[in-house]
Design a binder for this molecule. Structure first.
Ligand SMILES: CC(C)(COP(=O)(O)OP(=O)(O)OC[C@H]1O[C@@H](n2cnc3c(N)ncnc32)[C@H](O)[C@@H]1OP(=O)(O)O)[C@@H](O)C(=O)NCCC(=O)NCCS
Length: 185
């Protein structure tokens, strides 16, 4: 299926909520990307190599910068506005935009965890999602052991809908996934 045309849909104003602002990735986010790559779960669920070198971190950043021009979705870096540093990423993936649905992913570099920043990022991204008139539903797929992600979803107002058994393979093993969603207010 063709990817949607979203190259001109990047937000004019950076989405923000609470302590977090979402913005386009920049080359100087490479330090955050390298920190992120040291948590094996992040490389297992995306394209960032484990223990990324500076060059691999830059390549990952360049891939994020072109996600919306190629139609895959919107990949944001997010900044902790109280401290001023880039703490993580969040993406709105819109391959199912024609059906009114999108999926969301997020991650925080280990040094910046423990302050519930992901919930603010998720709220900011979800508000941005509703500026796309075609979208009616945003979804999170979370492994049942991932309590930090479950708490993030609930704190951001997402509702638990069920368990998809053996939904996808991660690191060579089929995984169950909890589904959480938000629907257009
Ligand atoms: C999920 C993630 C983004 C959350 O980061 P964060 O915003 O810093 O989250 P916090 O550490 O502040 O924790 C949020 C909540 O989870 C709880 N929590 C965190 N780690 C936990 C653990 N190991 N066990 C139980 N609860 C935990 C916290 O107590 C907090 O709960 P509360 O809001 O009820 O007090 C981060 O852990 C991460 O990047 N993980 C790896 C990538 C990932 O799993 N992404 C999501 C894929 S669906």
């Amino acid at each position: 299926m063709d990817l949607p045309e979203i190259a001109d849909r990047w937000p004019a104003t950076d989405p923000a909520h609470g302590s977090v602002t979402l913005r386009a990735f920049r080359p100087d986010d490479a330090g955050m990307a390298r920190d992120l790559s040291r948590d094996p779960y992040v490389p297992a669920t995306g394209t960032l190599p484990l223990n990324a070198t500076p060059a691999q971190a830059q390549q990952w950043i360049r891939r994020q910068q072109t996600r919306h021009t190629e139609g895959a979705g919107f990949s944001f870096a997010f900044v902790d506005t109280t401290e001023g540093h880039c703490a993580g990423f969040t993406g709105l993936w819109v391959r199912e935009l024609h059906a009114g649905r999108a999926q969301i992913g997020f991650g925080i570099a280990p040094p910046f965890r423990g302050r519930r920043l992901a919930a603010d990022a998720l709220r900011a991204l979800t508000s941005f999602a509703w500026t796309l008139p075609e979208l009616h539903r945003t979804e999170l797929y979370i492994e049942p052991w991932n309590t930090a992600s479950i708490r993030t979803a609930e704190r951001a107002g997402y509702l638990h809908e069920g368990l998809l058994r053996s939904h996808q393979e991660i690191s060579g093993r089929r995984r169950d996934m909890l589904v959480y969603s938000a629907v257009r207010p």
